[in-house]
Design a protein around this ligand. Structure first.
Ligand SMILES: CC(=O)SCCNC(=O)CCNC(=O)[C@H](O)C(C)(C)COP(=O)(O)OP(=O)(O)OC[C@H]1O[C@@H](n2cnc3c(N)ncnc32)[C@H](O)[C@@H]1OP(=O)(O)O
Ligand SMILES: O=C([O-])CC(=O)C(=O)O
Length: 375
């Protein structure tokens, strides 16, 4: 191993070549397949971004129509999977349910073990279509209600909100949610995507890679942070409590959820959009409290620690103002990130080599075995 140096947390270590996503952490730029996130958030749709991430170019109208039709065809869950979900304990968290159900889907997919790119693209489309259905269905099932069947005239964003609330969402809500999906769709080698690629690199199947990724996204240092942000805002409760709350947490050496990033040294470009969306959704709900508390927290964290909000910070108040339950925030992240995960798994298979780094051994050496009765 000689000259190789150990980098804790693999900071700044380059472990793959990729054509999918570029981040300039100093300038706060995020690019999907050559397109700036600001352009995509303003002009595109989630379905179009899914196509872009998979194929490396924007779709023609007929291609986008085909993808939408394919997604609509697959958005219902196979009957045995829906039935299995209804037998999960009602206390199961939505992320546990999502992880388990995605794994279960593989057992009912006749193509699960197929390795061609076309088969993997078909499986990826089924997952993009089915993840929103799983998350919304669980919200109904855990409250003792029947899941609401998806409609085939709504977008992924519109359908998710429809299946969650049982009524067609307003155009403003659909657009905000669609934009949130675009903003979360990919982010280079974040922990969950790396996890998916490590699994794929053993030539394991797509479902296994995505199951790994969901388990990795769940942690509060990664996608799970958005739920922790909302818990913090609820705990703060009033704008005039924000400053003392944050200062006390920092004095106790606690991390403020939704702040800091491994790559960005300036504002996360996604937070720029989500901040506006949080204000917009607060206004629509007739309650700007969560946006205002968020702003106060942002100001104090900036003054005290020089840290910027990441994607998880303003998504929390945005979703909460839309009436979405807090423990669905991280599953919603997965509903979007499935686009990026599957794109990365496809790319991994195309130029695969087993991912197997080394550890620097710092444990004891040359010990002599002591028989059990002499210890
Ligand atoms: C979708 C996503 O995954 S975005 C990230 C979501 N996660 C969060 O929001 C959780 C809160 N943030 C964090 O824990 C971190 O900033 C991470 C995990 C995002 C990045 O971690 P790392 O790159 O390993 O940075 P690390 O944790 O070493 O922090 C560097 C320094 O900044 C401080 N710091 C970083 N983030 C925070 C924070 N949110 N609150 C307070 N201090 C922080 C650390 O305490 C550390 O200070 P020190 O050098 O005095 O010990
Ligand atoms: O890139 C990261 O480390 C985390 C992140 O922001 C994401 O996954 O969206």
């Amino acid at each position: 191993m000689g000259e190789q140096t150990f980098r804790e947390g693999l900071e700044d270590v380059v472990v793959a070549e990729s054509q999918i996503c570029f981040i300039d952490g100093k300038k706060g730029r995020l690019i999907y397949r050559g397109y700036d996130i600001h352009d995509l958030a303003t002009h595109s749709t989630f379905e179009e971004v899914v196509f872009l991430l998979w194929h490396g170019r924007l779709p023609k109208k007929s291609e986008l129509d085909d993808l939408k039709a394919q997604l609509h065809r697959h958005q219902s869950l196979p009957e045995p999977v829906a039935k299995a979900m209804s037998s999960f304990p009602q206390s199961a968290s939505p992320m546990e349910v999502l992880r388990t159900t995605v794994s279960l889907l593989s057992t009912y997919d006749a193509e699960a073990g197929e390795t061609s790119r076309d088969a993997n693209l078909r499986k990826a489309a089924r997952l993009v279509a089915q993840l929103p259905t799983i998350v919304a269905a669980w919200e109904q099932l855990r409250h003792g209600r029947d899941p609401i069947a998806p409609r085939d005239d709504l977008s992924i964003a519109g359908n998710f909100l429809y299946m969650l609330f049982g009524e067609e969402p307003s155009p403003a809500h659909q657009r905000v949610f669609d934009t949130a999906l675009i903003l979360h769709a990919d982010h280079e080698l974040n922990a969950s995507t790396f996890s998916a690629r490590v699994t794929a690199a053993t030539l394991s199947d797509l479902y296994s890679a995505i199951t790994s990724a969901i388990g990795t996204l769940k942690g509060p240092l990664h996608g799970g942070a958005n739920e922790q942000v909302m818990k913090m805002l609820l705990d703060i409760g009033e704008v005039d409590r924000a400053e003392s709350w944050v200062k006390q947490a920092l004095a106790e050496k606690k991390k403020i959820m939704g702040f800091g990033h491994r790559v960005y040294r300036t504002e996360d470009p996604r937070a720029t959009h989500l901040r506006k969306m949080s204000e917009q959704m607060g206004k629509e709900a007739g309650d700007l409290k969560w946006y205002e508390i968020s702003q106060a927290v942002e100001r104090v964290v900036r003054e005290e620690k020089g840290l910027y909000p990441n994607v998880d910070f303003y998504s929390a108040s945005t979703y909460y103002s839309m009436g979405i339950p807090v423990d669905l925030f991280t599953p919603i992240f997965a509903v979007s990130r499935i686009a990026g995960w599957t794109a990365h798994v496809l790319e991994q298979y195309e130029h695969n080599r087993l991912i197997r780094p080394r550890a620097e051994y710092v444990g004891p050496q040359d010990l002599t075995y002591v028989p059990l009765d002499q210890r």
